[in-house]
Design a protein around this ligand. Structure first.
Ligand code: MN3
Length: 265
């Protein structure tokens, strides 16, 4: 089944639809959900569907009518990234792993709502951690699918535009960036991610590592490119050879999408 075509360059609205990178955005999305179902909600509060209406399906991670996070469809066929990423890995990764983050996030948000209505407040710490882990998992994967595209059909090559200039400015050259980024991805301890981000304080690009879905995150940093290096992302095809996976996946990076994230950041 062919999914929607490659997503159009997203606007800030697209990012706000899924919540971007961090508990603050997720908290505000959860807040909007609660307000949506509360009769006393201020009339002026923007509703999540306003943003979702302008957003490609593959970037819509929240159903305002149901008040629930949802699993967006992939923006391409499951075999579209072969031979670099195999179809079975894509199917398991998207349909099971990403879905588990969506389900976990919904459960955590619902449980915290129940706690506010009289549940055990001592469990807020646990469920807040669940929001952070599953919520970041949902955001990370929603971005990740859109950061990839079939090789030669939007995937691979090098960035252009302002992002290319910023990479040269902040890393010296694209090749130096690439070596640094691949090393960061290879050296993530356990499951996690490598990210190219725009630092909100300086406006510079930085490369960071993230463990699990959220640990070692840089507060306020805007994502530009992220590579999932959990074993579930590559083990069927690459087994323990993570560096081979990292080299391969750079052939399917959707730099146009990354450029649009950078331009909007
Ligand atoms: Mn994953």
């Amino acid at each position: 089944m062919n999914q929607d075509s490659q997503p159009a360059l997203p606007r800030r609205d697209a990012l706000s639809a899924i919540g971007v990178f961090g508990a603050a955005s997720l908290a505000s999305a959860a807040f909007a959900q609660v307000k949506h179902t509360t009769p006393a909600a201020p009339e002026t509060l923007p509703q999540p569907q306003d943003a979702a209406a302008k957003t490609p399906a593959s970037l819509v991670g929240f159903d305002a009518a149901k008040g629930e996070y949802v699993l967006p469809p992939l923006p391409y066929d499951k075999n579209a990234l072969e031979p670099h990423i195999d179809a079975q890995t894509m199917e398991i990764h998207h349909d099971r792993h990403h879905k588990a983050y969506v389900d976990g996030l919904n459960k955590a948000v619902k449980t915290l709502r129940d706690i506010r209505e009289g549940g055990d407040a001592a469990l807020v710490k646990h469920w807040s951690r669940e929001v952070s882990f599953h919520g970041s998992g949902h955001v990370n994967h929603t971005l990740f699918w859109n950061m990839l595209a079939p090789a030669g059909k939007g995937g691979g090559g090098a960035p252009g535009g302002k992002l290319a200039a910023a990479i040269d400015r902040d890393f010296g050259s694209f090749d130096k960036f690439l070596a640094h980024f691949k090393a960061a991805a290879a050296q993530v301890e356990g499951g996690g991610w490598a990210w190219l981000v725009k630092d909100s304080v300086s406006g510079r690009l930085l490369i960071i590592q993230e463990e699990k879905q959220q640990d070692m995150m840089l507060t306020g940093a805007k994502p530009v490119l992220g590579i999932d290096v959990w074993e579930h992302a590559y083990y069927l095809k690459y087994q323990n050879k993570r560096t081979d996976y990292i080299t391969a996946i750079m052939n399917v990076v959707n730099w146009k999408f990354c450029e649009s994230l950078f331009d909007a950041a």
